[in-house]
Design a protein around this ligand. Structure first.
Ligand code: ATP
Ligand code: MG
Length: 440
């Protein structure tokens, strides 16, 4: 039997990869606007980086890691998320040093690996675009970074998205809340799912995140973190809300929202799709503030803020909203060669066109003129250049602009000498074109 790709992975085929490239280009453009710079880290790291950085009790570390021992018995893992590795690189390369701009703003894009049960929008190899900001605890950083994520969705034309925010407060607030939450949950211990029973004392906030229906029912009446914020945390959250309002970015507050990763404090957020035909899993992007993480990974105390955006889910959202993705690799020129004698000239033509910075395609199967024009049409060629035996003998080609249907004989000499001029004149202004070539 033929070998198949691993469960929970995908082959990105041409046609589809074109759509991804468009999305990636928009994302990179917006990252430039916000002055985030790309960082690329290894796809595998020490297992310990994630167990420390993401947290032992998180689903990611406790259940979903693709970890392995290498040939020298080192415990390694395929990266399940981007932040821990970026923080590691930030510390290891001493990017906190005085010679680097503060805040230090980076983004990443690439595959992540989690051993999960595959379903719509949930894969074992998936792709994230993420952004991280180091060295600012100004709430404007939180809001700017959330705005950046929203901008990507907006630029792509998504309409049915919403921003949901919450705060986890600082350590003092969270400790107070944690105690209140344990007190609330303990009487329900026997009704809780096994996972939640385990988490009740280790990490009770995670019980709020449980997907178990009975757990959900119980936590619906749980106390709210918003009632346990100390003054610093309440003020911080207020500033975030005010700044979002100043930018006129609509948001909702969900005081039961927590994040699966253990390292967050203060602001956390999710961006969800509420498109009708979108699947059951609606979170496209999630992130927040992580003021303790850089220290946890061995660096100096440095505040941080970031998010991870799932690109598969983003593509699903674009599909759900039926957003047309512009074709960036439309063909400039198709060269129709007729008769075997034109084989050399046709090859020289496509190469010349490509060297002039245009895209070009030709026929290789010695097909009839009709079949070649059909292909040119299918590829969306803007121009078709035809060369047959007669044209070859006369040292010319037929140059046809597909949109207008106008065609003209052009000497091969001119094509080889000035293809870009020929192309631009011919496709824009016939008069100027004629003047230019009548000089010869
Ligand atoms: P979920 O609750 O859906 O499992 P999560 O809390 O594990 O999400 P994060 O770790 O915050 O997700 O990752 C950020 C984003 O990455 C998610 O919002 C989602 O878009 C994407 N993502 C996470 N896990 C997967 C996966 N297995 N397959 C596809 N996309 C994923
Ligand atoms: Mg998950």
């Amino acid at each position: 039997m033929a070998i198949q790709r691993p469960k929970g992975t995908a082959d990105l085929l041409p046609g589809n990869s074109k759509k991804w490239q468009y999305v990636e280009e928009i994302a990179r453009m917006i990252m430039r606007d916000y002055q985030f710079h790309e960082m690329r880290t290894p796809i595998f790291e020490s297992y310990d980086l994630f167990s420390r950085g993401v947290g032992e009790t998180s689903d990611i570390v406790s259940k979903e890691m693709y970890d392995f021992m290498d040939k020298k018995n080192r415990h390694m893992a395929l990266r399940p998320e981007g932040t821990a590795a970026i923080v590691r690189a930030f510390v290891e390369n001493k990017l906190f040093g005085p010679e680097f701009a503060k805040p230090y703003k980076v983004y990443y894009m690439g595959p992540m690996f989690r051993y999960e049960r595959p379903q719509g929008g949930r894969m074992r190899q998936f792709h994230q675009l993420g952004a991280e900001v180091f060295g600012s605890d100004n709430p404007a950083t939180d809001v700017e970074t959330m705005a950046l994520a929203m901008d990507i969705f907006n630029q792509l034309g998504l309409k049915n998205i919403k921003l949901v925010i919450n705060t986890l407060g600082d350590k003092e607030s969270r400790d107070a809340y944690r105690a209140a939450l344990i007190a609330f949950l303990e009487p329900h211990f026997d009704e809780l799912s096994h996972d939640s029973q385990v988490r009740l004392h280790k990490n009770p906030l995670r019980v709020l995140d449980s997907k178990d229906p009975k757990d959900k029912e119980i936590v619906a009446n749980a106390p709210s973190i918003l009632d346990y914020l100390n003054e610093v945390s309440a003020t911080y959250f207020n500033s975030v809300k005010l700044l979002l309002e100043a930018l006129e970015i609509p948001y909702e507050i969900d005081s039961n929202m927590v994040r699966g990763l253990d390292y967050y404090n203060h602001t956390i957020f999710e961006i969800m799709s509420d498109a009708k035909s979108f699947g059951a899993i609606t979170t496209l992007c999630a992130g927040g503030r992580y003021n303790g993480l850089v220290e946890e990974v061995g660096g100096p105390e440095t505040p941080g803020f970031g998010f991870g955006m799932g690109l598969e889910r983003l593509m699903l959202a674009l599909e759900a909203e039926q957003i047309e993705i512009p074709d960036l690799d439309e063909l400039d020129v198709y060269v129709v060669g007729l008769g075997e004698e034109t084989n050399i000239e046709t090859l020289k033509l496509v190469q010349t066109i490509r060297e002039s910075g245009f895209s070009a395609e030709r026929d290789y199967l010695n097909r009839k003129i009709k079949a070649q024009f059909k292909t040119a049409d299918k590829l969306g060629a803007k121009v078709v250049i035809t060369i047959g035996e007669e044209e070859l003998a006369n040292g010319e080609v037929n140059f046809k602009v597909m949109k207008t249907g106008k065609q003209e004989k052009v000497s091969l000499k001119n094509i080889y000498r000035d293809f870009d001029k020929v192309y631009n004149l011919q496709t824009t202004d016939m008069t100027a074109f004629n003047e230019f070539f009548n000089k010869d």
